[in-house]
Design a protein around this ligand. Sequence first.
Ligand code: SAH
Length: 350
Amino acid sequence: MEQKNQKIDIVSLRSDELRERFAQIGEPRYRADQVYRWLHVQRVSEFSAMSNISKVLREKLDNSFVIFSCAIEKKHVSCYDGTVKYLFRLHDGEYVETVVMRYKYGLSVCVSSQVGCNMGCAFCASAIGGCVRDLTASEILWQVYAAGLDLGERISHVVMMGMGEPLVNYENALRFIRQVSDPNGQNIGVRNISLSTCGIVPKIYELTETGLPVTLSISLHAPNDAIRSKLMPVNKRWNIDELLRAVKDHTEKTGRRVSFEYTLIRGMNDSEENAGELAARLCGMLCHVNLIPVNKVGETGLSATETQNVRRFADVLTRAHINVTVRRTLGADINASCGQLRKNKKENDS
Ligand code: SAH
């Protein structure tokens, strides 16, 4: 987070860390708390906006710290369902995508954890071009802040399901979760935060050990290793059995239900036989399956399962007493899937 001669990324600091930094420059604890509120409640992007902080201190802060906010480069609002998709520009000119979805229970923001992604899943637009860099905790936080400020509404839920693999950027992802849920900041309950992973098994165990009551979402997408390895290279490192062992450990230790994401791709993983195999593997687990008709991503050549086959697939799971929902496709008119907007921006720029 900090390098010699470089300014410190202040938004990534927890309140206790900020107090410590302030103590080092001879500033009292209440002053640190005032600045913390400006950063995480008011969500200001400049020290000059901190009106109850003296000019001298503001200048001092400006010299040693930097606020990594993000700017709206593009904003699309779906005319079907009010889903909002942002393309945010970061301080170094990179772009990330963030989506806000409207549900009965409130606004849910889907944040990115990396610029691009190295996981190489066959159906995903974020994989094209690989991972440029990890996001700092502050850059993940600011996606929530910028969206909330722009919409002028409270964000009540967060899903870490945007670009990137959060468990590869584990330290920053965890720091983000702790900060966004801080009662002295945005106070979004940890139970209202979902983290989605393609299956970085050792990090799932680590996350479980933290005891944080986040909802774990697993991108499974296949009922067996042959199909999963074709779609998701990560499966060659940790196969389905190893992944499900980590998930079982999680449900047993936390008592919390895990969500499996299953993208239905025509002719690839969507037969009744595939559904039966999936049901057999998940039988008895504290889980829920989310079926997602694949969103078409340009050059992948994969197409979505026909509606009646989605139903048939879901019915097989239901008969096996597995909770299943077919995800509503939100924002279909605004390319709201993972990585699509950034990919288009890059193509238009070149
Ligand atoms: N790396 C994490 C989080 C990012 S992907 C993970 O793998 O879970 C978040 C979700 O978006 C995954 O479940 C993924 O399967 C889904 N997704 C990606 N591309 C998609 C597409 N073209 N259509 C439908 N869902 C997609």
